[in-house]
Design a protein. Sequence first.
Lengths: 271, 65
Amino acid sequence: MEMIEKNNNETIKIDDPFYLGGQTFNSRLLTGTGKFASREIIAPMLNGCGSEIMTVALRRMDADAGAKNILAYIPQGVTLLPNTSGARTADEAVRIARIARAAGCGDFIKIEVITEMKYLMPDNYETLNATRILAAEGFKVLPYIMPDLTLAHRLQDAGAAAVMPLGSPIGSNRGIKMEEMIRIIIESMDIPVIVDAGIGRPSQAAQAMEMGADAVLVNTAIATSLDPVMAARAFAMGVTAGRMAFCADMAGETNQAQASSPLTGFLRETA
Amino acid sequence: MEIQLNGAMVTTSAPHLMALVKAQGLDPGSVIIEYNHGVIKQDTWEKTPVRPGDILELLSFVGGG
């Protein structure tokens, strides 16, 4: 990793590209478009945090005519990551993915198949089935999963562009409760691991990145904060801090103290 | 004629898809049409007649995570 310090020593640019689905990104913070009180805040939020990939959802239009398509609020150049939220089966997820691509959203698709409505846990089996179909059709598939190593391997074998294990339930702000399972997946995968769901604080985003996650996806915590622009910047800083710490290969923990000052007594030879 | 629109049977006299979208009071620029299980591009909406029994979904991108 190359660090370039600018004259004032305050701004540090890191040459640490994020490769996903055959594309190169600078930001490792993916953001969502749900739950914003005002959609006009999305553009300044993106400007402030540098996120280059944004999720969107697809729904039936209702009588609420005149409501502008969310795409109208997303700046040009942002890579769209449509999700398959609302899908209960692999077939429904595949249908949504095909519509999204045909509508001009590109090849990325976040597979989200949920049948359990209290904790919104993903259905790993249907997700795998959808991934197999869509990867074969040339989609860049990002499956949202309950962290399970065997499943992650099968998704990788099926051609997934990344896996997106959940940190904790969607929108819960509870952080990386699935830490140990995610750590195992990170250690084992060749494809990127993007921690999705439950990240409620920049410190939790930093934690995921320190663990070696390739990126994180944050929506609720930014969108529902009082100041989404500032919150997004804070998350971007958390992601960068965590990533830099990972790349710096921080030392591990020990139970006993490890002196950071010389152990000799002040005026004596032995401690 | 009767068509299936967003899961419900409705009666319409719209001659083509563009007219149908406008009759629903929707902004064409915000609508994605799934027409008999396939997506149909907007530049063909005016040429695509609405026929009895058509299955249409009028969709749009919305905020999501």
